[in-house]
Design a protein around this ligand. Structure first.
Ligand SMILES: [Zn+2]
Length: 150
């Protein structure tokens, strides 16, 4: 497809699309909420403002659009025809920024989960398995320390 928009216009358009509360993001939130998990959204105090944060399990979740965050899938690797070099530079810098944020979260002891829009269902499934396990371990800890105190 020929890109009729200038890079600035498209950036503005994309940042609107990228806006908070995207459909995949809402899908993840609904699934977690339905499983009884409580969370905060768009935590400004953490690197990269993770879309969903479960403080109790030190879990930070990013729900990434494939194009904008340069996923290694068809949608993520299809660039607008015009200004190709600029797009590559722009999207690479997005990817780099994502990596820096993920690394600094990990260094602070956070579990970082990336959910790609094209793998939404599978990712939600894996995320829930992870959180269920964390929850089970947390309650096992409470029970076992109660017994140890006897
Ligand atoms: Zn993708």
């Amino acid at each position: 497809m020929a890109d009729k928009l200038s890079i600035a216009d498209r950036s503005a358009l994309m940042s609107r699309i990228k806006a908070k509360n995207t459909r995949p993001e809402i899908a993840v939130r609904r699934a977690l909420f339905a499983s009884g998990f409580r969370f905060r959204i768009h935590s400004k105090d953490l690197p990269g403002k993770p879309d969903i944060v479960l403080k109790k399990f030190k879990c930070a979740i990013f729900v990434h659009g494939c194009f904008w965050h340069g996923h290694d899938c068809r949608k993520g690797t299809t660039l607008p025809k015009s200004n190709k070099e600029k797009w590559i530079a722009k999207l690479n810098s997005n990817k780099q920024r994502d990596q820096i944020n993920e690394e600094s979260l990990r260094r602070q002891g956070w579990h970082v989960f990336i959910i790609w829009e094209c793998e939404l269902t599978d990712s939600i499934c894996r995320l829930q398995q992870f959180l269920e396990r964390q929850r089970a371990c947390a309650s096992a800890k409470i029970v076992s320390t109660t017994f140890a105190a006897d």
